[in-house]
Design a protein around this ligand. Structure first.
Ligand SMILES: *Cc1c(COP(=O)(O)O)cnc(C)c1O
Length: 372
């Protein structure tokens, strides 16, 4: 097969040839040419959320979780009390990393197939005035559910609480406007809906809280205030930057702008999601979430109820046909996930459905319908 396999995973994901080609150069980490790339990336990231006036953006080496950890370490004081509404795996991860850094954490458990309710968050904030911050996962990638960012931001503002948003899998696809949605920090990464390659995250920090962040971090490498101050002063990253990743992200953002920005990207992902869900439904598969709460980023499907189903074989069959699926992340029900983000369109999604159909045939499974 001369085509790269299509990654139906929510990062790393399929990138364009242009983005891959942008990595064929070596850059000096403190050379002016590379500093200009970093500056351009930061400027254009701010424009995507309309945060030029209100926020700074601080890039950080590492996978997305490094940036979530750095955001919590930097933005919250060590005696913070953080509410983490929890409807999935990434919520639990945010709670755990906050707790490991010594922050007091209260989890608000929510059903995995339901969005976080602003009313339930408000009840917690009212009941316990010692809470200082909320961490919200915008799109919970564990299931694909979209959480109500605007409502939670409005109520944090009303209650005078800080808000940290993990927008890793939603940024650049779902609308986020810093002019109307107040957050202290919002985190995303290179290898998700901007369709860059993995290797760096970035955190938008509200200017009004930035100065107060100095000295919060327990960690030198994770200190975003220090990273920001150094970058402002020198134009450089504090420590070795992921140069090829930054160059690829710069090229990926150019294509994002050419495509028509966030609305165009959302429209393509919605079309991908429709092609996927319609095709899978015709094979008998059932989506885990109701359509009203589903973000067009990643879809969780119930595993087929047929006795011959085995995820490993199913995965191998789809892979042999050029498509990489993603395991489920739920503990109660057997599922698998299919991402519809990346440099792919509805044609690739229809081909993916065909690959799934052939794989089922090979496994002797007549229908993707789940067990009742
Ligand atoms: C991808 C993702 C992350 C970061 O995961 P890494 O594996 O560290 O890149 C964090 N939160 C959400 C919601 C994500 O989708």
């Amino acid at each position: 097969m001369d085509r790269d396999r299509i990654l139906l995973t929510p990062g790393p994901l399929t990138t364009t040839l242009r983005t891959k080609l942008a990595m064929l150069r070596d850059w000096g980490s403190w050379d002016a040419d590379f500093n200009a790339v970093t500056a351009r990336v930061r400027q254009r990231l701010l424009e995507i959320v309309h945060g030029q006036d209100s926020h700074v953006v601080v890039p950080l080496q590492g996978s997305g979780t490094f940036s979530v950890e750095a955001a919590v370490a930097t933005v919250t004081p060590r005696d913070a009390h953080i509410l983490v509404p929890d409807n999935g795996a990434y919520c639990k991860r945010a709670g755990k990393l906050s707790q490991m850094m010594g922050r007091r954490v209260t989890l608000l458990p929510v059903a995995e197939d339901e969005p976080i309710s602003a009313a339930a968050v408000e009840a917690c904030l009212t009941a316990d005035p010692s809470l200082t911050h909320v961490i919200l996962i915008h799109c919970e990638t564990g299931t694909g559910v979209e959480n109500p960012l605007k409502d939670i931001a409005a109520l944090c503002e009303r209650h005078g609480k800080g808000l940290i948003v993990d927008a890793m899998s939603s940024f650049a696809a779902l609308p986020i406007d810093a002019r109307s949605t107040r957050f202290d920090a919002l985190i995303a990464a290179s290898g998700k809906c901007l369709e860059g390659v993995p290797g760096m995250g970035f955190v938008f920090i509200r200017k009004a809280v930035l100065d107060g962040c100095a000295g919060h971090s327990h960690s030198l490498a994770m200190d975003l205030h220090d990273q920001w101050a150094y970058m402002e002063k020198t134009g450089q990253w504090r420590f070795t930057p992921p140069t090829h990743v930054v160059a690829a992200l710069d090229e990926a953002i150019t294509q994002f702008v050419e495509e028509g920005g966030q609305p165009a990207r959302l429209a393509r992902y919605q079309a991908n999601g429709r092609a996927l869900v319609d095709g899978m439904a015709a094979l008998g598969f059932k989506v885990f979430l109701r359509p009203q709460v589903q973000a067009p980023i990643i879809y969780t499907f119930h595993a087929p109820g047929h006795a011959a189903y085995d995820f490993k074989r199913f995965y191998a069959g789809a892979k042999a046909r050029g498509f990489m699926l993603y395991p489920g992340k739920l503990t109660q029900v057997e599922t698998f996930r299919v991402g519809c983000i990346g440099a792919i369109g509805p044609n690739e999604m229809r081909q993916a459905v065909l690959a799934v159909s052939e794989t089922l045939g090979e496994m002797g499974i007549a229908s993707g319908a789940p067990a009742l």
